[in-house]
Write a protein of this length. Structure first.
Length: 446
């Protein structure tokens, strides 16, 4: 066969294969009935394009706005914004429940230098349950009460910095300051000593490497899905990225090792004193301690700082709401010493402000994805094995189908009996799950 004909035949076979795949995904696929953008129904590259650009939550939100409450965002991906989806996807796998799901292995990844899974990335239900049982001692009401003086000391330092700068008319970068405070707190709880960021109100190299790592997680997820890209990408990663990853690995390991050298159980109520004091703590090895310490640093600090930044923005943009929150605090307490965690929980309006801000500006805009392993129904629709399902929190919280005036900051919607609350009586508040739900919800939600 002449070379020209051979090349033509190969081209024809490839084109036929692609056409068949496109036709299958559009019309014959088990998920063909779900609406969504044409290209997204054909190929996953649309999903990954928005993922790598950091725009995936907004792409999914726009897709829900156009196509409805259940949309196809990839050939094998379905996104939901209905409250019922939380129980179906993230609820307990009971005997009477046909649907079986697992964490998406392509999403829950650890940095290459970690040898053990953290409580977040552990896919095995049994191992996860064991880890959760151990770490629950570090996140209990008793633990929080013991940790309160430590937390308060850092908050007082942050407030002192704000007052100092305000007195001399200096601008304050609250986003940076919130990050300094939360990283100092979590650093002391996860590694036994503060990072000292509030001393200069500046982030240090280690924290910046952690934030780099959060960006890198998007790239690692793509590499898991398409391993060949990982091999190619190694030649294009900047030296700065490589150095940051290595620095984070070495620094984290040194911190954990130093904490253990100081004694597993100490008088300081950090996570490890509370966890290692349990009789079954011997099941936790050094590598697990390292991976979980890194998790706590990233998940417990940046997300909290983001939430505080969102709350500050929403209050400043709504001075009438801020006045109500300030008045409630000042009428409830006569001294700063009264501002304990327990007492603050009783402030209905302030807590409603927190909830409303997390609804408008969720620190985690996308719900944790799951993969169907045994066919079953989500919102009364049967899904085949291999389907990747998720709940778009940003989309759900901003949808008029769930909330009245969804883009407006209205804390009153969360307070029964508040003036005007009847307008929001039909809000589907059960869709609001900022810490997820079920057996794998956020252990640090308190």
């Amino acid at each position: 066969m002449p070379k020209a004909q051979h090349a033509l035949l190969i081209t024809f076979i490839v084109a036929l294969g692609l056409a068949s795949k496109i036709a299958y995904n559009l019309w014959l696929h088990p998920l063909a009935k779900y609406p969504g953008p044409l290209l997204a129904r054909i190929t996953d590259f649309v999903y990954w394009y928005h993922w790598l650009r950091g725009r995936l939550p907004f792409f999914i939100e726009a897709t829900h706005e156009k196509y409805g409450s259940r949309v196809r965002i990839g050939p094998n991906r379905v996104s939901y914004i209905e409250p019922e989806a939380w129980k179906d996807i993230h609820g307990h796998n009971t005997k009477g429940k046909s649907l079986r799901v697992i964490k998406d292995p392509g999403f829950y990844i650890e940095s290459p230098h970690l040898k053990e899974h953290s409580i977040l990335s552990e896919l095995d239900d049994g191992k996860h349950a064991s880890l959760r049982k151990l770490f629950s001692h570090g996140f209990s009401d008793r633990a929080l009460k013991a940790q309160e003086p430590l937390i308060r000391a850092h908050v007082d330092k942050m407030l002192s910095n704000i007052r100092r700068d305000a007195e001399i008319g200096r601008e304050v970068d609250l986003v940076k300051l919130y990050n300094c405070c939360t990283f100092d707190i979590i650093g002391e709880l996860a590694f036994g000593e503060s990072l000292g960021l509030l001393e200069n109100s500046e982030l240090n190299g280690w924290v910046e490497s952690i934030l780099y790592g959060l960006e890198d997680a998007a790239f690692y997820a793509l590499v898991l899905a398409y391993p060949v890209l990982g091999y190619i990408a190694r030649f294009f990663l900047s030296e700065e990225k490589k150095a940051a990853s290595l620095f984070n690995a070495i620094y984290s390991e040194d911190r954990v090792r130093k904490r253990m050298e100081n004694g597993g159980v100490t008088e300081k109520p950090d996570f490890w004193s509370l966890v290692l004091s349990q009789h079954d703590s011997g099941a936790l090895n050094f590598e697990q301690m390292k991976s979980n310490a890194e998790l706590f640093m990233a998940a417990g600090s940046e997300t909290t700082a983001t939430m505080l930044s969102g709350l500050t923005y929403n209050l400043l943009k709504n001075p009438d709401k801020m006045k109500k929150a300030v008045d409630e605090v000042r009428m409830s307490f006569t001294s700063e010493d009264d501002l304990t965690i327990e007492n603050i929980h009783r402030l209905k309006y302030l807590n409603a402000c927190f909830e409303e801000s997390m609804r408008i500006y969720p620190s985690t805009p996308l719900g944790p994805p799951r993969v169907v392993t045994q066919a079953g129904s989500v919102c009364n629709d049967v899904l085949p094995p291999g389907t990747k399902v998720s709940i778009s929190m940003l989309s759900a919280y901003h949808s008029p189908s769930n909330f009245t005036n969804p883009t407006n900051f209205i804390p009153e919607r969360w307070i029964d009996g508040a003036p005007g609350q009847e307008r929001y009586a039909h809000d589907r508040k059960e869709v609001f799950q900022p810490f997820s739900t079920g057996p794998r919800n956020c252990i640090g939600k308190k």
